[in-house]
Ligand binder design. Structure first.
Ligand SMILES: Nc1ncnc2c1ncn2[C@@H]1O[C@H](COP(=O)(O)OP(=O)(O)OP(=O)(O)O)[C@@H](O)[C@H]1O
Length: 273
């Protein structure tokens, strides 16, 4: 049987213009993603790894169709939903109104919207807050609402960007269990997380992005091991730099304080001895 793909990226890049120091200076082009080539199979559950600023959120909005790549192309086969912190909710509207707005934008029937409302009441467990403006919600409550709405929309492809890192542990576990059910039903899931053990536990494969470029994409254990080794090495280097800096400061302090105790004559006496 021919492999069916949910998402195919061909030479996809995303470019931001960085502002110059003053108004008249022309901004510089910055590649947040550069020349990405990959194909995610239908039903695949792929983890996306990368250090801070490597391009994970940028890839999530491109895969979700929120913005297009500036170079190359992304082909998506099916409906997608992005579940991310602070995305897709209108702050002025209540939770219920947000469901109506999303349903209207997607052209859903009144009956379908009512089904989604019932699903959100049950899954989000935020009670009467559903009738309050979203701007009054805590970040965990926003995450509960956003996650529940997108879950009830039942998309073919779910892109989950760090959404489990806010809410409380109980809700994160409930979401993870629900996502496992969806995975077993054959949904395609892109799971962006800094939690390596969650990625190992949940995903079939992993994609590692660094500096906007695809470093590795493949077997979950291999990619997670390579990424963990890289992070350890990188942190090790940073630790060595920090240790050296601390030693330098310490040495300076000792010299300064001993000068205070013994006076400069003491040092000149040592030097002349
Ligand atoms: N609107 C923007 N304008 C300019 N640069 C941007 C914009 N959005 C993101 N970037 C830059 O693009 C790069 C990738 O950012 P992105 O948010 O995708 O990283 P990330 O891997 O999700 O990071 P983190 O793990 O910290 O959330 C970063 O260098 C960031 O500063």
């Amino acid at each position: 049987m021919e492999t069916e793909y949910a998402i195919v990226a061909r030479h996809a890049s995303k470019i931001y213009e960085l502002r110059g120091k003053n108004k008249n200076e022309q901004g510089q082009k910055f590649y947040a993603l550069k020349d990405l080539n990959f194909a995610i199979e239908k039903g695949e559950v792929v983890g996306v790894l990368g250090t801070n600023g490597s391009g994970k959120s940028t890839i999530s909005i491109i895969l979700a169709g929120i913005c297009d790549p500036d170079e190359g192309e992304i082909t998506v086969n099916g409906t997608q939903a992005l579940i991310a912190i602070n995305t897709g909710l209108n702050q002025q509207l209540t939770g219920m109104e947000n469901i109506e707005l999303k349903g209207a934008l997607l052209g859903l029937s009144k009956r379908r919207i009512n089904e989604i409302k019932a699903g959100v009441i049950e899954f989000a467990e935020i009670g009467d807050f559903l009738y309050q403006p979203v701007k009054t919600y805590s970040s965990g409550m926003k995450s509960r609402l956003g996650f529940s709405i997108n879950l009830c929309l039942n998309p073919d492809i779910m892109i989950v960007d760090e959404a489990l890192s806010v809410g409380d542990k109980g809700f994160a576990a409930k979401c993870l269990n629900k996502m496992k059910e969806l995975r077993d039903e054959g949904k395609t899931i892109v799971f962006i997380s800094h939690n390596l053990s969650q990625v190992r536990d949940f995903c079939d494969s992993a994609m590692w992005i660094e500096g906007g470029m695809l470093r590795e994409y493949g077997d979950i254990d291999e990619v997670c091991n390579d990424y963990a080794e890289y992070v350890d090495y990188y942190n090790g280097l940073k630790k060595k730099e920090k240790d050296a800096e601390r030693d330098r400061k310490f040495a300076k302090r000792i010299i300064k304080n001993s000068k205070r105790t013994f006076g400069d004559k003491f040092f000149s006496a040592i030097r002349t001895r």
